[in-house]
Design a protein around this ligand. Sequence first.
Ligand SMILES: [Zn+2]
Length: 78
Amino acid sequence: MIKKCPVCGLKFNTRQNGVIYCSTECKIKNRQKRDREKCSSKKQKSNLVELNAQAREMGLTYGKLQAMKYAQEHRLEV
Ligand SMILES: [Zn+2]
């Protein structure tokens, strides 16, 4: 059957039913694109919420916690 690759738009011939992309390259490209979108929107937000909750638990503001973390990391490196 003839299918159209959603990544590059190429029409390709396949005998397998579950094949969506024309090549492994396009499959990876699509996954990377999705992963990037997930990372930039979801991950950053949840991380911030988590840090805010952590700061509240310790009775600190978010800025103070960040400063503390930075100091800890800095000391570890030295
Ligand atoms: Zn393709």
